[in-house]
Design a binder for this molecule. Sequence first.
Ligand code: FE2
Ligand code: FE2
Length: 287
Amino acid sequence: MNKPNPNPLSSMDQWEEDLLKRYPDPEMTKEKKDFRNYKDSDREDTVREFYKLNHQYQTYDFVTSKEKEFLVFNKREMSIWEALDYLNTLVDDSDPDIELDQLQHLLQTSESIRKDGHPDWFVLTGLLHDLGKVLCLFGEPQWAVVGDTFPVGCGFSEKIVYPQFFNSNPDFSDDRYSSKLGVYTQNCGLENVKMSWGHDEYLYQILKDYLPKPALYMIRYHSFYAQHREGAYDHLMSEEDHEYFNWVKLFNPYDLYSKAPVPPDVEALKPYYQDLITKYLPEKLSF
Ligand SMILES: [Fe+2]
Ligand SMILES: [Fe+2]
């Protein structure tokens, strides 16, 4: 049998496209929704294949090993603009139609937050939230960078997308990890819970000393759809988590539905964002 392709998605944006099918914009017209829901079996197959790998390999031990590897931050020193430029080199050639420039996605998210009059750190969070995807440039496979995140070390919820693929995850049949609470205790708080490894946790760890708590929640849990959309892990959530998840929920539509018909003018916006970056962050960050 052929070895499966470790990177089945033609680009990481394919995962986000698929999210829009699962969670369509409530404000979108029916025609547009139908358009979005076109059946493209090739694309569905690649998204399926992607989740199959993700669910199979994201184990408690895998996350622990990635923490050891990446949370020492010895890969690269970059300013935010350098990191944004670096992330933009992710653009790949295989599917030009759906490839949204990463910087454009970040600026569209932050600009729509700004338009709604939210605090400046919230705007900055919009600009930064996907910077952790630079993991891909450090050679990590797609399934360890993007995709819905979920707790490891306890039972996988049926509400996670493609739950059947967890059958091939070794933790699924490991007594330590397979009960509802696994290694955790009731309502222990997400701070004590290991999440599947990806761009959310990585960027949170890079920025945790610099941004207000609601911003850190948005960054750390923005891909945790099983909780912020489905409420599947209330048994691990503390009171505080519930409170701060209101911010995660507020952030999510900006992430998913802010694609503007006219792309933002990067050069014109740069001075505003440079001031914002200087206000909150050091000149260089360690990745
Ligand atoms: Fe993201
Ligand atoms: Fe995003």
